[in-house]
Design a protein around this ligand. Sequence first.
Ligand code: SF4
Ligand code: SF4
Length: 313
Amino acid sequence: MYIDWQLSDVCNFKCTYCNLASMGGVEGWPTLEQAKGLVDNILSHSDHDYRTYNLLGGEPTLWKHFGELCTYIHNEDESHVIQVLTNGSRTKRWWQTYAPTMDKIIISHHVATTKDRSPEHTIMVAETCHPNSNVSIQILMDIDNFDECATHFNVMLARLPGIRITPKKGETNLGSGEWMPYSPEQLAWFDDALVRAKANEQRISPIHKAIGNKPIDRRFFASDGVTEWHTSNKDLIINDANHFEGWNCNIGLDMIAVKPSGQIRPSSSCFKNVTLGNYRTSSTINWPKAPFVCNQASCFCGADIEVEKHAPK
Ligand code: SF4
Ligand code: SF4
């Protein structure tokens, strides 16, 4: 099961391309008891092989109880994957204390808002966490600071062998679906950088450590009754194969999306009018009993795409 849990809309960075849903600061934080209650509710309901808790914000590590929540999940759910999406801004000591509970840490590096406009803090966090967690870095290639972003990318590649470092195309405004207007030279840089990033992942690293048998990388499964697909969401989008209108989709069964207000929905980006509950105001969740029939022409959200789907018989 995949729990896409946006804990809050509070962030300590103010990136120019961000949106209010991620940094507006209107919703504040849940209480620790509310958050633990949601975990308990999920555990009493889910009989999945494992559960991935994708914890994000805003900046989730700012929450004073964030480390306690990770520890709680770690202790209470025997089959958990804790995945944290962070800007990495907390101190070395904080990461030393709490990173050991996290299976996967994705650091989103924002050049213009990171400490001293330098790659050093992010490098320190990656080196601190990598012995225990699967760390990756996504550099948001801000078109207004493109060359500086490219320099940070090069420095990180040289200093962090074996770590996945990805240059990420930015939207003009987060969630708008409209890419920043990169020049042909900049787009060519992306192609070259992705090749170099792949090579870096394959370099032998003294700080790299695999994490047991945990299913860190999710793979998409779909079946039309004849053919089965086991692939990645990126492949599907690139090959224009992300269209499932009329299919039975396991959102709500194998996935929930939790919003900063506490609202629980069956998916991150579709069926937005369907509410399963609100963990900040009630302990009741109306768990769906059957798949949803897709009513969208295309499926774009990475988390949503990876939910199991079957063509109607
Ligand atoms: S770090 Fe992320 S959430 Fe925070 S302002 Fe930047 S883009 Fe928004
Ligand atoms: S758009 Fe929604 S219902 Fe349709 S396939 Fe994607 S996640 Fe499932």
